[in-house]
Design a protein around this ligand. Sequence first.
Ligand SMILES: [Zn+2]
Ligand SMILES: [Zn+2]
Length: 258
Amino acid sequence: MNEYDFSNPLTFAGLTGLLFLIVALRYVFIAGIFYVIFYVFNPKGFDRRRIFNGHKNSKQYRKEFAWSIFTSLLFAIAGAAIIVLWQNGYTAIYDDIDAMSWWWIPLSFLIAAFIHETYYYWLHRWMHRPKIYRWIHKVHHDSHVTSPWTSFSFHPGEGVLQSIVIPIVVLFLPMHYWTIVGLLTFMTLTSAINHSNIEIYPQNFYKHWLGRWLIGATHHSLHHTQYRFNFGLYFTFWDKWMKTESENYVSNFKKHTS
Ligand SMILES: [Zn+2]
Ligand SMILES: [Zn+2]
């Protein structure tokens, strides 16, 4: 791979532009599928699984969409930074699939997700300090009843803080570049699941060996309404370990999946 020419800002802008299209379209596509299925195609069919009843709020959706598109730009800048660092040999990213054992692909995915989870949980708790909250986190909580469009609806300050973690992880954790693409797509997909306001997981999933560790719409909706609980991103373990999981979680989950 050719070395990246640091002296050419146009190349960086071009790279950012291309990644922006990919990140924004991925958001529109994934959130759009959830929106069409749960809000347009058959909204009545999901009434029991709807966590909070509320009429469609087009004004809120437009705001969420605008913030999310701006966040996509911040994520694209972080992605362009990863590629530049990679091309200049500063990262542990590898492109030859045989360079590491096959099992390193899922294991590195899980390690990176665990680091991301840990970073986000503590960042999120910090962002709930009153002064910080008003400054950068309130935008996300303006969506009291969430929608798939809430997925990336962040203040730019929060967007920057969220975007720096993966570029740091790839400096030391060997990851195949497709594993990174997979993790970022998983992030977009789980964010749409957690904000869709529809519980998509099956009955009793809250006590399933895997399900008990996964955040879903019921779990994260309680964060948007109760504020003091359920700070996790993908997984529930930090909330369980730090005793910040809402005691209403199980009863609410049962209610929406019975
Ligand atoms: Zn929050
Ligand atoms: Zn949220």
